[in-house]
Design a protein around this ligand. Sequence first.
Ligand SMILES: *Cc1c(COP(=O)(O)O)cnc(C)c1O
Length: 561
Amino acid sequence: MPGIHRSIAYFSMEIAVEPAMPTYSGGLGVLAGDTIRTAVDMNVPMVAVTLLHRKGYFTQKIDASGWQQEEPVEWQAEKFLQELPQRASVELEGRFIYLRAWRYRIRSAGGFSVPVYFLDTDIPENSPEDRALTHYLYGGDNHYRLCQEAVFGIGGVRMLHLLGYEGIKRYHMNEGHAALLTLDLLASEARKAERSAFTQEDVNNVRWKCVFTTHTPISAGHDRFPADLVERVLRYPEIKTMPELFFVDGKLDMTHMAMSLSNYVNGVAKKHGEVSSQMFSRPIDSITNGVHLPTWTSPPMQKLFDKYIPDWRKDNLGLRNALTIPKEELWRTHQEAKQLLFDRIQAETAVSMNPDTLTIGFARRATGYKRAWLLLNDPARLKAMAARHGGLQIVYGGKAHPHDEEGKQIIQKIIQSAGTLAPEVKIVYLPNYGMELRKLITSGVDLWLITPQPPLEASGTSGMKAAINGVPSLSILDGWWIEGHLEGTTGWSIGEPETPGDRTQADLQSLYGKLDETILPLFYNDRPAFVEVMRHAIALNGSFFNTQRMMYEYVLKAYFR
Ligand SMILES: *Cc1c(COP(=O)(O)O)cnc(C)c1O
């Protein structure tokens, strides 16, 4: 039986298992994929559950005016996944919805693997409407989302049972989407005691089994469903006898439910843990995110590490020895990674970039609080400083959510500014960015820029991907950077941690000041000192902000306590 050795069930609405499968939209899915890849490396007995998202997350095209166009992604699940014969069911609105699972195995060289089950309701047993429930990642209205999350959480636990996983000790809910799994666990406890009502003892037993990670301090990022919708859709009248566990202001609140029914709750960086504790008025621990190093290190840099730090894949801590890598060799290796990116830019946009010009990278979801436009806010000043020091190039990328008009306007504004900024500042916007482009960009630029509105960046992982490739960050002090930043040693900060009111002007002055007075002069006039910062980014940040260290913390604090 497959289940005997699996004690951790990891539930995530999106999981990026490989770049060619459009089953993720961004940071959450990539983190989930990195987590599972690390569980494989470390022989952690995990099984993962997610949804199939048959229609994928969209393909981004950008039209002549700079406006984002979304095209559906056609992908064939059959090519990547193995279909399984089991059929689970969930009762919603008085009818049964059936689901099947597709299996993907992430394997290690040593032979250990973690199975990932993709749940799918698109089978003939269901009505056309129900068949679409696992088609769209974050699609549809409230009703669609509630049904989808019921299929995911409740259906997921039942599917694991049907597949023979009897030894699950911990259910890890990666964000609140999976919180309905607690209802199935509560019902099982009650059934065992031959009751239907839930008791405090059931709650205690379920709580002991559950772990919850919250990922966003933005209130709109937390799912809430009106009580009448919940009553109509879900067949769990018992929850009304313990409303304090499930409801906030009369709404079923997925984050609150996951927190009330977990024995361990964490945020994804120290600051995010503190902000979340205040937001939810309860103690919340933190485990700072990381990245899976073999996945995010560029091929040239991998070769360099293999030469000087042969065990780095097995023991990420060994990267502290990056300080012994000769500077000229590190620089040459970085230039190779840069050339890979520039070749791709040339092929896709016909723009040729200069490998000797300081190149800034900014690639992430285009949305208001990430403030992608900050760097371009004073074009005249930016041009002047670029001309004075020797030039500047900027590589942008990122999708806006299909309903995020502001995000699309940001993309358009960036693209339209290219004309104004040329020739001193050269800008490209690479369309349809996903895991593969992300890796090329984070490893191929000279400086990684992060400018969110604090405290909205829970952790951020893009700067970690850059650091491991020897690319220092210039970033607002938010999320992981509060922990990873040592001024002038691992990179540079922008602005003050706490600035009351509108901080745009203050941040802009600080950003331009750092570029003009510190980073551009260092890059063009004192290359060895710049490369010293690159070495420290690898040695201090690469050795710590990785998923191996993160997984040790989950194992110690959450999984096997
Ligand atoms: C790492 C990654 C993210 C997360 O990036 P942040 O800017 O830190 O939020 C998002 N999307 C993709 C494709 C990634 O690889």
